[in-house]
Design a binder for this molecule. Structure first.
Ligand SMILES: C[S@@+](CC[C@H](N)C(=O)[O-])C[C@H]1O[C@@H](n2cnc3c(N)ncnc32)[C@H](O)[C@@H]1O
Length: 249
């Protein structure tokens, strides 16, 4: 039997992603509130790791939107969801666009998908390079504490449209967390087709994130998902940073 080729991230997951992730209105509202508070005249927005365009579709009413993602399958869902968006297939650690934006976002643990600290620094550099003076960089992360807690959590199980999804998080190589998503897509009677996705995530201590950004950005917002004090034990943490005007390098 031939060894199985590794499946690229999100290749099978893309068609189910929006259905499984559900309503994204709370995040869209949070982004709009950060932007109206800190960059009220913003007109252009870039999403690094835009996936299926679930956020861009809500934001395209207010901004000219651009999305970058490395997954062609996710981008093809995004192209249908947000026909007016400029979409590019590229890696967010290396992409260079000939434009600057008022706002750059990187959401829903996309940063955690970058599995080295050097990679995170490259994404921060990319955000910086694509922001106009005083522009906003908004992102979220899964904390180190949350990822570790998930190692001991029972599998997440749900049914949708006759299909079944099972999600687990386990310790992976090099201290990473391995998210395994198995989607059993109903075919006929009791026959199901399995889509099995493996995605690694890196947790980075919050102090290290703040230190990496401090030179070129000013911290404006730092919030946990449930509004409790932010720490490495929080679940998801949202950051809003302003690009310092004199920091083009
Ligand atoms: C959890 S999804 C989030 C998608 C979207 N931001 C949202 O809120 O629904 C993570 C996305 O990041 C993309 N991604 C991960 N690492 C990437 C990289 N290095 N370059 C480009 N895209 C990347 C994946 O393909 C996937 O679409």
């Amino acid at each position: 039997m031939r060894p199985r080729e590794p499946v690229p991230d999100y290749a099978g997951f893309a068609r189910f992603y929006d259905r499984i992730m559900g309503d994204r209105t709370p995040e869209i509202d949070r982004l709009l509130s950060y932007i109206s508070r800190h960059r009220p005249g913003a007109r252009t927005l870039l999403e690094l790791g835009c996936g299926t365009g679930a956020l861009l579709s809500g934001l395209s009413r207010n901004f000219r939107v651009t999305g970058v993602d490395r997954s062609p399958e996710m981008l093809s869902v995004a192209a249908r969801a947000v026909p007016g968006a400029r979409l590019l297939q590229a890696d967010i650690t290396t992409v260079t666009l000939p434009y600057q934006f008022d706002v750059v976002i990187c959401m829903f643990d996309t940063l955690n998908h970058v599995v080295t600290v050097d990679g995170w620094l490259a994404v921060f550099r990319c955000a910086h390079e694509h922001l106009s003076d005083g522009g906003l960089f908004i992102f979220d992360v899964n904390t180190t504490g949350r990822l570790r807690r998930l190692w001991d959590a029972p599998p997440y199980l749900d049914e949708f449209d006759g299909n079944v999804v099972v999600m687990t998080v386990q310790p992976g190589r090099d201290g990473l967390s391995l998210w395994e998503t198995r989607i059993f897509q109903h075919q006929v009677d009791d026959i199901y087709k399995l889509y099995h996705e493996r995605i690694y995530e890196l947790g980075v201590p919050l102090a290290q994130i703040r230190a990496a950004l401090a030179g070129r950005f000013e911290l404006l917002e730092e919030e946990s998902l449930d509004g409790s004090p932010v720490s490495d034990q929080s679940d998801r943490v949202f950051f809003g940073y302003r690009r310092r005007p004199d920091s083009r390098s």
